[in-house]
Design a binder for this molecule. Structure first.
Ligand code: DC
Length: 234
């Protein structure tokens, strides 16, 4: 098992998970794992294989595929059966179907197992998703649950898409986020929910720096308690 801390960051889309998780992993020299990218990769694979409405084929595809995550120059690189699909997994069509694919228990089982293996490899890990503190690593050292208003989350996502050269409408993004929130929070298996021992951080009115610092304060407290040395880079 890793010698550093296991840090779980959960929350809805646009709550600031990826931004904070990436920066914290960088500051601590820890491995960063974006589990949403893995659910997106399976969704993309199902779309590519025209299997999006066929649950048993999706399960078969999930069981047989190879997913590798890497992280370079601030970007998550997703290799699906050795093909780089990092851009494709962010397409609107994937956004529309990913929450339904994520409801399938067998798909979750396959991915949770991979996530646990990935988390155990690093010398400290920051893993972000919806069920990291509740299901993937219920014994995580640090559990953070991020929230933010729907409006601010939709504005953040819209800005990201526009910066990447995509034309999107804030109202479309807002309705996709709200729809995904509903499905992710109400599904039977591992719904998006705050672990009872997670620290909740509302990012609606805070800057990225402030949000990273709030999380780092929690991390430092736990590191002292557990006698784990942290090397925090600027
Ligand atoms: O974080 P994201 O928006 O890229 O995640 C895409 C979808 O994947 C999200 O709407 C629900 C699902 N997901 C999940 O069910 N469990 C996780 N640990 C991470 C993501």
């Amino acid at each position: 098992m890793s010698k550093g801390l296991v840090i779980a960051i959960d929350g809805s889309a646009g709550s600031g998970k990826s931004t904070s998780a990436k920066l914290i992993a960088k500051k601590l020299g820890y491995v960063y794992i974006d589990t949403g990218a893995m659910y997106r990769a399976i969704t993309y694979l199902a779309l590519e294989n025209e299997a999006i409405n066929d649950e048993s084929r999706i399960i078969e595809l999930a069981r047989k595929c190879k997913i590798d995550l890497d992280y370079k120059d601030g970007e998550v690189i997703v290799l699906l059966n050795d093909k780089n699909v990092s851009k494709e997994i962010r397409l609107a069509e994937v956004n529309s179907h990913v929450s339904d694919v994520s409801k399938i228990s067998e798909v979750r089982k396959v991915l949770v197992e991979k996530q646990r293996e990935m988390g155990a490899k690093g010398n400290g890990v920051v893993m972000e998703g919806r069920d990291i503190g509740t299901v993937v690593f219920p014994n995580a050292d640090v559990k953070i649950f991020l929230t933010a208003s729907l409006d601010i989350r939709a504005n953040r996502r819209t800005k990201e898409y526009i910066q990447n050269g995509s034309k999107v409408l804030v109202d479309d993004i807002k309705s996709n986020l709200s729809n995904r929130d509903k499905i992710d929070s109400n599904r039977n298996d591992s719904p998006l929910t705050k672990a009872s021992d997670a620290v909740e951080v509302d990012t609606t009115n805070v800057t990225i720096n402030e949000q990273v610092n709030l999380i780092l304060e929690e991390v430092k407290k736990i590191a002292v308690k557990k006698n784990i040395q942290l090397e925090i880079k600027n």
